[in-house]
Design a protein around this ligand. Structure first.
Ligand SMILES: [Zn+2]
Ligand SMILES: [Zn+2]
Length: 146
């Protein structure tokens, strides 16, 4: 007998899903909470977090760990990210996924590979024009050796 999926779409989950699908940033649970509580005044952060996890497990949204806090996004396709070291924004890249990386990782690590993430770092166009790069560079020069 085929097992029925346990996932059930609730109105709370619908609001969260619509928010994520309508925004290309990759918010944390806290950021999602601050927005959706306008529509769901009685929702708690813990409930938002649980709903995000449930939506991710159902494959409707994606969790993204990368460096730092766990983030969520409505784009559930596999894709690579780029992070701005100036303002911290995280965006999707239009790059194709490199399928052979997983074959290679499997061969060399003897792990069962279930996926991979790749994150580029740099400075976004806004930060490039605001001179953030120069101030970061001079700070790096002044700091301890990398
Ligand atoms: Zn930036
Ligand atoms: Zn993304």
């Amino acid at each position: 007998m085929k097992e029925e999926p346990k996932f059930r779409m609730t109105s709370q989950r619908q609001v969260i899903l619509e928010y994520l699908r309508g925004h290309i940033d990759h918010p944390t649970a806290d950021e999602v909470f601050r927005v959706v509580r306008r529509d769901l005044p009685r929702i708690s952060l813990a409930t938002v977090y649980r709903n995000l996890e449930t939506l991710a497990e159902a494959g409707l949204i994606r969790r993204y760990g990368g460096y730092g806090q766990r983030r969520y996004e409505g784009n559930s396709d596999q894709h690579y990210h780029i992070r701005c070291l100036g303002c911290g924004r995280l965006e999707d890249t239009p790059l194709e996924r490199v399928a052979y990386l997983e074959q290679d990782a499997k061969k060399r690590s003897r792990y069962v590979i279930t996926g991979h993430d790749l994150e580029f770092q740099g400075f976004c166009p806004d930060c490039q024009s605001s001179g953030v790069i120069e101030s970061k560079r001079s700070r790096r020069r002044a700091g301890p050796r990398a």
